[in-house]
Design a protein around this ligand. Sequence first.
Ligand SMILES: C[S@@+](CC[C@H](N)C(=O)[O-])C[C@H]1O[C@@H](n2cnc3c(N)ncnc32)[C@H](O)[C@@H]1O
Length: 238
Amino acid sequence: MPTIYIVGAGCGDPGLITVKGKEILDRANVLIYAGSLVNPELVDACPAAEKYDSWGMRLAEMTDIMIAAAQSGKTVVRLHSGDPALYGAIIEQVVILKEAGIDVERVPGVSSFFGAAASLGIQYTLKGVSESVIITRPAGKTLDEDQIAEFSGLGQTMVVFLGTEQLEKIVEKLQCPRETPAAVIYHATWPDEKIVRGTVADIAQKARAAGIEKTALIIIGEVVNPDGPSYTNSHLYG
Ligand SMILES: C[S@@+](CC[C@H](N)C(=O)[O-])C[C@H]1O[C@@H](n2cnc3c(N)ncnc32)[C@H](O)[C@@H]1O
């Protein structure tokens, strides 16, 4: 059965694709990639492949190309930003490919969720501070309702994807204290990465003043406290 590879490119730094992902990418004859978020260095590193930027392509257009290429014995790679399992819209592709008798192998990548933590120098879960992380997104053009208000009252770390354009609206919805630490990170792990730290009260205004308008994560909770949250040591260390 022909196989198509869905590969996570990592969130920016080209070193954040996995060894397995890069090995598959090096063999690609056909490459469909998320042009706005995948580092061009990864795309340029496979000059022999037939390439398609998925921006603006319709689902059927993409899957038709993938199916025809896989059926003719070509190695087909669909390169997603970060890790495909977070806001990657891959299920729709997988269903069509499977119906066409094509197997799909997924290869994870380093999500911006993890790239951001590394750049901020934080740990999302900290004993005595936050045992859980909520990953969510705001309502907007492609989502009718969100649960940001309810989640923000739980006192846990919250990471908001796909929300930069609506930063002000998101902050208004939050039910945690206004002095709760918050950070916005644009293009985590890219050379033009920007980090802004503040509180729920001022983070939107600070991020805009820094020119951040898109492709950022909003992180809310004590774990981003620049003075260091008061955690207790993990049991791992006795
Ligand atoms: C369609 S989602 C894809 C997420 C991706 N699958 C991941 O694991 O990072 C796109 C959103 O992810 C976030 N994002 C992706 N790459 C980012 C980066 N390098 N830095 C900050 N946020 C990023 C932004 O919120 C952006 O609007």
